[in-house]
Design a protein. Structure first.
Length: 252
C-alpha cells in the first residue's frame, strides 16, 4: 500500500528549477533511498515533502491525505518526521530532556516551561522517551549533557528526537555526514533495526553508496532536479544513465 506519493512535484527559485516534476510512490514499510550528485535536488525534495518549502507545482499525498500545503508541525501530527543534516539539539540540556521536549510536543502540542521538572505527571510521554532512547541505544546516556556527547551519539539523539513523534514515516537527510567509519557502521545498523523493530517506512538521502546498497529496498536517482532512474539496488547500480550522471560513467 502506498504511504507517500508525490505527483509533478516542482520547485523553482527564480529561473532555477531545483525539483522538476518529481513523481514518487513509496510503499508502507519500505526503505527508499534518494541519491544523486551534488545539486541534484535531493534535500529540496525532502523539504517539499515535509512542508519546509512550498511547492511551485505538484502535490504531496500522505496516507491518502493531500498534505501539499500543510505546515511542518502539521505533517508531524499526520505521522511524518525528519532527522536533519545538521543536528538540531539543545546542547546544554540532557539527552533525556531533549527527547522529552519532542515527545511532549507531539503528545500535547504545547507545554509549560516547568514540565521537565514534573516527570511523573506525564507517564505516556515518559514511556515514549524510554522507548526511543532504547531504540537508538542511548539509554545509558540519558542523564548526560548533550554537549559532552561524541558526534555520532549526537546524530543518534537527533534520530531519537524525530522518533519521539512516533512517526509512520521517517525522513533522514545525510544521517552519516561527518561520522567516523565506526560511527557510520553503527548508524547503518540502527537504520536496519528501526525498520525491523519499529516497522517504519524510511526515506533516506545519503551519499555513501555502500550504505545505500545495503539498506535500501528501492532507489530513486535525481539529476538536475529530475528523476532519471528508479528501481532495486541492482537495477540502479547497472543503469548506464545513472553511472554517467552520478560518477561520470564509472560503474557504481
Amino acid at each position: 500500500m502506498t504511504l507517500l506519493q508525490t505527483e509533478g512535484l516542482t520547485k523553482r527559485f527564480g529561473g532555477l528549477v531545483a525539483v522538476d516534476h518529481v513523481d514518487l510512490g513509496i510503499e508502507r514499510g519500505e526503505t527508499r533511498a534518494i541519491i544523486g550528485p551534488n545539486g541534484a535536488g535531493k534535500s529540496t525534495c525532502i523539504n517539499l515533502i515535509t512542508g519546509l518549502l512550498e511547492p511551485t507545482e505538484g502535490t504531496v499525498t500522505f496516507d491518502s491525505e493531500d498534505i501539499t500545503h500543510l505546515e511542518p508541525y502539521e505533517t508531524v501530527q499526520r505521522g511524518m518526521a525528519k532527522s536533519f543534516q545538521t543536528a538540531s539539539i539543545f546542547p546544554s540540556m540532557t539527552v533525556e530532556e531533549n527527547v522529552k521536549i519532542a515527545a511532549f510536543a507531539a503528545e500535547h502540542g504545547s507545554f509549560q516551561l516547568n514540565f521537565l521538572r514534573d516527570r511523573e505527571k506525564f507517564p505516556a510521554v515518559n514511556a515514549v522517551v524510554d522507548e526511543m532512547l532504547g531504540a537508538v541505544q542511548l539509554s545509558d546516556s540519558r542523564d548526560l549533557e548533550v554537549g559532552s556527547l561524541p558526534y555520532g551519539d549526537k546524530r543518534r539523539l537527533e534520530i531519537a528526537i524525530a522518533l519521539a513523534a512516533e512517526p509512520e514515516l521517517l525522513l533522514m537527510d545525510e544521517p552519516t555526514a561527518g561520522m567516523s567509519p565506526e560511527e557510520t557502521q553503527s548508524t547503518v545498523d540502527l537504520v536496519e533495526d528501526l525498520q525491523e523493530e519499529l516497522g517504519l517506512t524510511i526515506v533516506l538521502v545519503e551519499h555513501d553508496m555502500e550504505i545505500i546498497f545495503r539498506v535500501a529496498d528501492r532507489i530513486t536517482v535525481l539529476n538536475r532536479g529530475s528523476v532519471i532512474a528508479e528501481g532495486s539496488p541492482d537495477e540502479v547500480q547497472g543503469d548506464p544513465q545513472v553511472q554517467e550522471a552520478y560518477l561520470g560513467g564509472v560503474e557504481l
